[in-house]
Ligand binder design. Structure first.
Ligand code: AMP
Length: 589
């Protein structure tokens, strides 16, 4: 297939923000590929802007600077010219497009670019290691870029940098598969951004969508799903089995406010488990081979050799897939540590053994998905729990089962919730005793309960301009609280919560206009402002952090609204933040 065909699709997708239109564009493209027998893994990955599956643990690994140099080689434009254009547009893909357009006669010499060539060259870039790396990487990139027309250059650059900017979500891709492969059977009629379905038709349509979603949750791989449909039709999807070594999407729960709501949603009695403040590990074991995956499906086995060893020695099943949370603890006092303290281990590639001793983790097993050749997804929760009780040999502070009770009484559950918070955990999970394991986000199978943190009022001290279509707006804001002398101390950066459209609430535009007259100095994209604009900020947690002058940072900060009525002396103080930090889980560290 010609790379140009993919570029046509990217361009079309970029012209609309409507989900159904995007679904239509992808499904029409898939239909054409089906006819020409050209659906394959490379096309499906590239269409999503990817070269690798998440579990391959590989990235293209090309710095923006190297991309600038490659554009320089291919167009003859100087690196300073490229950088100036880049600053203006905030998108190196657009810069490549503009400069390639200026390069005259390019097409006279160009070979037609094929999808397979783009794919294989970009894959090769990631495989290069060691001496002379940069030059060789650049060779592979320029080899495809030199033959690219301006539009192709735009998308090659964006793919290399991992940001295709076509707004294509997984849900849209999933629906497009339904439309392309089963549209006729469902008699789907698309016209002008709409599909018409009556209630009964909608039910059947949703069932098809659910089937593809389930298949995706099990495989995380649209090309595999398409392969199955091609070979076995829709029925083939029912037989998708779990494969050891290939991660599946974890089951995620919605949040409820309190224990009463938990009972209402999940049923009575139900199980309550500690909600540990660590990171999720999906454990795959086949004889002596153990692989560990994060919630984002990355393989982190190399970073946790001690966990691999513990699993080999303490799990009696020959093969299994387990769901667990790894929690860090202080090696001397054995007290649990907040997630951020051990989080560095997830990316760490060197000195792994030493860091493992400094920041040991305890694995809390809470579920099982597969055992000795059979999936356990359809067993009820209570059966799955029995299975893990049978196969896990508990070794304190190494491998344990999640702490839990089965309760039908609110007081008992409240006591357990409190116990979890006091031991430094995040809250509790309430789980329905009879529900199956459904990968993905589910309602009714279980819920999470954790304390809601009071929002903070903070002042904006610096801000940063965005990129692409947001390049004219300030989109990221450093926030500060005050100390007892009313000096300001930074506590984090917020970039979510603001709206693109003014009608939707506090917008980027509105905040940018408020901040612009207050700018005192600027450096690159960052500006320093007179601290006047106070905003209310929600967050999930206060963490200790050396990054900011307050010594604290907010986890997942989100701008809620302007606090025009507040004066700067009224923003939250560092001592209030210290108190909130201590209160959040009975912490004393
Ligand atoms: P959240 O990140 O707040 O959406 O909560 C979901 C996460 O809680 C899961 O991805 C797990 O990593 C984690 N978790 C901790 N303890 C448990 C438990 N007992 N059962 C299920 N998930 C847990």
């Amino acid at each position: 297939m010609k790379y140009r065909s993919l570029v046509d699709v990217y361009e079309k997708l970029g012209t609309t923000s409507k989900r159904l239109e995007k679904t239509h564009i992808i499904s029409e493209f898939l239909k054409k590929c089906i006819k020409e027998n050209e659906v394959n893994e490379k096309v499906i990955l590239l269409l999503q802007g990817k070269i690798f599956h998440p579990w391959e643990n590989t990235e293209i690994g090309v710095a923006q600077k190297l991309m600038v140099k490659s554009i320089n080689i291919c167009t003859g434009s100087s690196t300073s010219e490229i950088e100036a254009e880049w600053k203006k547009t905030g998108d190196l893909g657009i810069v490549a497009h503009n400069l390639f357009s200026k390069k005259k006669q390019a097409s006279l010499f160009a070979k037609e670019l094929l999808v397979s060539k783009v794919y294989s060259n970009l894959r090769r870039v990631s495989e290069i290691e060691g001496k002379g790396t940069v030059d060789t990487k650049m060779q592979y990139i320029t080899e495809v870029l030199i033959n690219a027309n301006p539009l192709e250059a735009k998308y090659i650059v964006r793919t290399v940098l991992g940001d295709l900017r076509i707004g294509l979500g997984k849900g849209t891709f999933r629906d497009a598969i339904v439309w392309a492969y089963f549209g006729e059977e469902l008699q789907l009629k698309y016209s002008e951004g709409n599909i018409e379905l009556d209630n009964d038709e909608r039910k059947i349509y949703n069932q098809f969508v659910d089937e593809i979603q389930h298949a995706y949750d099990l495989t995380n791989d649209f090309s595999e799903i398409i392969e199955i449909i091609k070979e076995k039709g829709r029925d083939g999807l029912k037989d998708i089995s779990l494969t050891i070594g290939k991660p599946i999407n974890a089951m995620l729960f919605q949040k409820v406010k309190n224990i009463r709501e938990a009972f209402e949603t999940v049923g009575r009695p139900c199980a309550f488990e500690f909600k540990y403040d660590g990171f999720r590990l999906q454990i795959h074991k086949e004889d002596d081979k153990v692989t560990l995956f994060t919630r984002r499906l990355e393989d982190v086995s190399a970073q946790f050799p001690e966990v691999v060893k513990i699993i080999k020695e303490n799990i009696s099943a020959k093969s299994c897939i387990l769901d667990s949370e790894a929690v860090g603890f202080e090696p001397n006092t054995k007290k649990y540590l907040p997630f951020q303290k051990v989080s560095q281990r997830i990316r760490r590639k060197y000195d792994v053994e030493r860091i493992a001793e400094e920041f040991p983790v305890e694995v809390n097993i809470f579920d099982i998905l597969y055992i000795d050749g059979k999936s356990t997804l359809d067993l009820p929760y209570k059966k799955r729990r029995e299975l893990i009780e049978e196969i896990v040999q508990i070794l304190d502070k190494n491998i344990v089962l999640s702490k839990r009770i089965v309760a039908d009484d609110e007081k008992v559950a409240e006591k357990f919730y409190k116990e979890s918070l006091e031991s430094g955990q995040e809250g509790v999970m309430a789980k329905n005793l009879d529900s199956v394991y459904k990968p993905g986000s589910r309602v009714g199978f279980g819920v999470k309960i954790k304390p809601v943190m009071e929002p903070l009022d903070l002042v904006i001290v610096t801000a940063e301009y965005g990129e692409g279509k947001r390049s004219g707006w300030l989109t990221s804001f450093s926030l500060a609280c005050r100390d007892e002398n009313d000096d300001l101390l930074e506590i984090g950066k917020a970039s979510t919560g603001l709206k693109e459209l003014e009608a939707a609430g506090l917008s980027f535009k509105e905040l940018t206009e408020l901040l612009k007259p207050l700018i005192n100095s600027s450096k690159g994209k960052e500006v320093t402002v007179t601290p006047k604009i106070i905003i209310e900020v929600a967050y999930e947690e206060i963490q200790k952090s050396p990054t900011y002058s307050s010594g604290y940072a907010l986890r997942f900060p989100r701008v809620l609204r302007l606090r025009e009525e507040k004066a700067i002396e009224e923003i939250n103080s560092i001592s209030e933040i210290e108190n909130l930090y201590k209160m959040q889980r009975g912490r004393s560290d």
